[in-house]
Every structure is written in structure tokens, then in C-alpha cells.
Ligand binder design. Sequence first.
Ligand code: FE2
Length: 125
Amino acid sequence: MTKKKGADIMPSFGNPFAGNVERKITKGELIQAVRLDIAGELEAIYLYDAHVMATDDIVAKTVLADIRDEEKAHIGELMTLLQHLDPDEAEHFASGVEEVKEMMEKLGTPDEAAVKATVGSLLDR
Ligand SMILES: [Fe+2]
């Protein structure tokens, strides 16, 4: 099996030039890079969460959970950036959100995110 050039996408920290590119990337390549960055954040969340669950050390649990939650914020940043870079993809995301909301409505399941964000709930705080 032959490897395509650039197929190794994970950094090799032994090589200080592994992350260098020889040119500026195109917008399409930037969009792909941001998708890869999102995947990296998801992987990080998965790993930090596994480590939180795997220990009873309260300090380690607290620190790792905090870092895990920061990775979640990074996904929010990257998703916002992706939607800025690719408005067509943003429409697909919005379509998916609406599909799930419709399913939840049919099931009579409250939309917890919407419930949390009501003006009334903010005024009650
Ligand atoms: Fe991150």
C-alpha cells in the first residue's frame, strides 16, 4: 500500500519542521484544515474524558475536566469559523439542527438548549 504525500497528518514532534507548509493554503484547503482541527478537538475531549473517568484523584479529575471543557469551547470557535468560511456548509448544519428539533417536537421531548436560553429563565437568575 502506497502512502499519498501528506497522508501523515498527525504531527511528529521529533521533527521541528513537520507543521511547516511551503505556501499559503487555499480557502478550500483552509476549510479542510479547520475540519481536521475540529476532529482533533473531539479526539482530545474523548481522551480527557476517559482520563477523568479513569481516576479517583480529585485534583486530576478537576484539572482534566476543566481542560476537556476548554476543548469543547474550541469546537464552538472552530465551528463558527467553519461556518464563516463555508456558508453553504453552515446551511447544512442549520438544516440538521432543524431536523432534530422537528423529531424532538414529534416525540414531545423538550429542547433543553432552547429551554436554557429563554429570556424568562435568564430573568429568573
Ligand atoms: Fe483545543
